[in-house]
Write a protein that binds this ligand. Structure first.
Ligand SMILES: Cc1cc2nc3c(=O)[nH]c(=O)nc-3n(C[C@H](O)[C@H](O)[C@H](O)COP(=O)(O)OP(=O)(O)OC[C@H]3O[C@@H](n4cnc5c(N)ncnc54)[C@H](O)[C@@H]3O)c2cc1C
Ligand code: SF4
Ligand code: SF4
Length: 595
């Protein structure tokens, strides 16, 4: 193997598992250390620059960082990264003097945003400090997109959402609420320098089975129904409710129904419980509230009584695997099951829809009727038009919408300056800073003792079920946050090896609790991985390889299970190992870096 180039920003970035997995690449270990130090405002600002909605995301993020967390590889459960973010949001001080200044003299460029969801708001947040005029069109009366219309208040209080949405709007967005864009042709004629489409995936899927039309008055499309609840157009539902679907929308529908008068709320899903798309914690919360989830139930028809919905007939299914291990669902042959109900909530997926974009104005669509986009720049085939969030590649989540918004804002800024969106795109960088404070002292806590993940306390169920606006999760207090923060392994504090200082005493090899370090003859990566102190089987994690040391061997370190404990550097008599913090520099629009 070639000597590892640790100056490549991607190298250590990948070792910081949580930051690598976060679509917005939030500097997780740094914000966790700031929380542990009681510096909540600093922690909030670090989050805000990368993920824009720390208070919202600290409650609702899909948390792709957590399954990636290194703590989860050396112990059962990852660090509660997401809930720690909420602590920063809950305990911060006033941040108004920390926000970027918005120039009063504008730069002469105007950008239109379609939709006021997290994708568009992230674009606005990045472009307004650079002097852009930003004009927003939103069909609803308020900003926030699906964060407001879909996520129920018992998971995301309105005050938290308002604070983070209004902060951006108050930067000086020209808002046209209640004004849907009905024609892209019209929008393009308004003389904008660029247009960003962040219109989401607004169409809920329907189920065309017998009785659908006749029972229509009591069958509701989940996402439309949740939006009506959010705007208080709907305040009650029948006593017996069947929710069809197994994703997060189904979980929000059933828990909302329970709060609007549903007494017998049942979730039905065609596939097995373990295959459901809903996040495990969303399923747990629904079941904790007493909602049964019936798996392997495929809806067949709606039962009517006097022209009104009376129930849903289901066919029971089972999973079967073919020779290649592919799973299909087949009926069990048992008699159909009737679940009596007064209302049905349909939560079987969302689709994109762009009826307002004319197909002859230079924006090409693919066979799935999705806009053709450059995956890095988010530019469509019309050079001035960009897409992001759910409108770009289909329904995802808030943190992806934010990440798209940052990338599109960089592109829009380059376009407006007449620069190339690819060749002149600002590059990532990395700095490495030694954490040595004394002989055996580091600037970070390097205790890696096994400790259990703390559960977030919940409010009293009897209170939360009575009022849709009472938040279920209470969040960690400062003391719990400190304990949970201590579980973080500081994966950004890297082991850096300097071969010409190494005297091959093997002290680091002996002391390493994880057998990460091997001195051996060089070889191909695949072969080398098999003959290390412990075989390096996780191909997602790199091997760190040095130049030859005096005897001609190389140092090979498997980054996979390193605890970043620094024992190797403490034991090394010559300082060949050092613990250095890697700081990833991620540029945003205007080349600005917040690290
Ligand atoms: C029930 C449900 C629960 C969810 N829960 C979570 C969660 O807990 N965590 C998470 O991370 N994600 C969650 N999501 C997904 C998340 O909300 C979305 O992925 C995210 O909001 C997408 O952001 P966006 O900016 O692309 O679009 P959206 O947030 O959908 O915003 C699009 C906006 O565009 C407006 N609009 C559409 N067409 C037009 C037009 N022609 N003119 C003007 N305005 C228009 C819409 O009114 C809307 O306000 C959930 C989704 C649903 C359906
Ligand atoms: S242990 Fe800490 S730094 Fe490492 S992946 Fe988990 S949260 Fe991130
Ligand atoms: S920091 Fe050094 S001693 Fe600690 S686990 Fe990693 S390689 Fe081993």
């Amino acid at each position: 193997m070639k000597k590892t180039d640790i100056s490549d920003p991607q190298y250590f970035h990948k070792v910081v598992d949580c930051q690598w997995a976060c679509p917005a690449h939030t500097n997780v270990p740094e914000y966790i250390r700031l929380i542990a130090a009681g510096r909540y405002t600093d922690s909030y600002m670090l989050n805000w620059f990368s993920n824009v909605f720390p208070g919202v995301l600290g409650r609702t993020c899909d948390r792709p960082c957590e399954p990636a967390c290194r703590r989860g590889r050396v112990e059962e459960k990852p660090v509660a990264i997401c809930r720690l973010k909420r602590v920063a949001a809950d305990l911060k001080d006033d941040i108004s003097d920390r926000l970027p200044a918005i120039p009063t003299k504008k730069n002469g460029k105007r950008v239109a945003l379609v939709g006021a969801g997290p994708a568009s708001l992230a674009v606005a947040r990045d472009l307004l400090p650079l002097g852009y005029e930003v004009v927003l069109y939103e069909k609803d009366q308020r900003g926030g997109g699906a964060m407001r219309t879909q996520i129920p208040a018992f998971r995301l209080p309105e005050s938290v959402l308002d604070e983070e949405v209004d902060r951006i709007l108050d930067f000086g967005v020209e808002c046209h609420f209640g004004q849907p864009v009905q024609s892209m042709g019209w929008l393009l004629k308004q003389g904008f320098d660029a247009v960003f489409v962040g219109s989401g995936a607004p169409r809920g899927r329907d189920l065309d089975i017998p009785g659908r039309q006749e029972a229509g008055a009591n069958i509701h499309i989940g996402i439309d129904w949740l939006a009506s609840v959010a705007f208080e157009h709907v305040q009650k539902i029948g006593k017996r409710v069947v929710v069809i679907g197994g994703g997060n929308t189904a979980m929000d529908c059933c828990r909302t129904a329970l709060r609007l008068g549903g007494e017998q709320v049942t979730v039905t899903v065609r596939s097995g419980f373990d295959e459901m798309k809903a996040s495990p914690w969303e399923k747990e919360d629904a079941m904790h509230e007493g909602i049964p989830i019936l798996d392997y139930h495929a809806p067949k028809s709606f039962e009517l009584e006097n022209g009104r919905l009376a129930g849903v007939w289901f066919e029971k299914m089972r999973a079967e695997r073919d020779d290649k291990g592919r799973r299909t669902l087949v009926p069990t042959g048992e008699p159909l099951v009737l679940i009596p109900c007064d209302d049905v909530l349909m939560a079987i997926g969302q689709e994109n829809a762009f009826p307002w974009i004319e197909r002859d104005i230079g924006i090409e669509f693919d066979q799935w009727d999705m806009p053709k986009l450059d995956a890095d720049t988010f530019q469509s085939t019309h050079p001035q038009v960009f897409f992001g969030g759910d409108a770009a590649f289909g329904p995802k989540n808030i943190i992806w919408a934010v990440a798209h918004g940052h990338a599109a804002a960089i592109s829009i800024d380059l376009l407006c300056q007449g620069k190339s969106l690819d060749a002149q795109r600002p590059a990532k960088g990395v700095t490495l800073v030694s954490q040595k404070m004394g002989m055996h002292d580091w600037s970070y806590g390097n205790d890696f003792a096994a400790t259990q993940r703390l559960a977030v306390p919940h409010a009293d169920k009897f209170k939360t079920l009575k009022n849709i606006k009472v938040e279920v999760e209470l969040g960690f207090d400062a003391e719990m946050a400190l304990k949970e923060a201590a579980r973080c392994l500081n994966c950004d504090v890297q082991t850096v090896f300097t071969e010409n200082l190494c005297i091959e005493c093997d002290a680091c090899v002996d002391i390493c609790p994880e057998d990460c370090i091997t001195f051996t003859t060089n070889g191909d990566e695949a072969e080398l991985r098999t003959r290390l102190m412990a075989p390096a089987t996780n191909l997602d994690q790199p091997l760190y390889v040095s130049d030859p040391v005096p005897t001609g061997r190389v140092m090979v370190k498997d980054e996979d299970v390193c605890l970043h404990c620094g024992f190797c550097a403490e034991r090394c008599p010559t300082g060949a190992w050092d613990m250095q913090k890697s700081l990833l520099k991620l540029p945003q629009a205007g080349g600005v870096c917040h690290v």
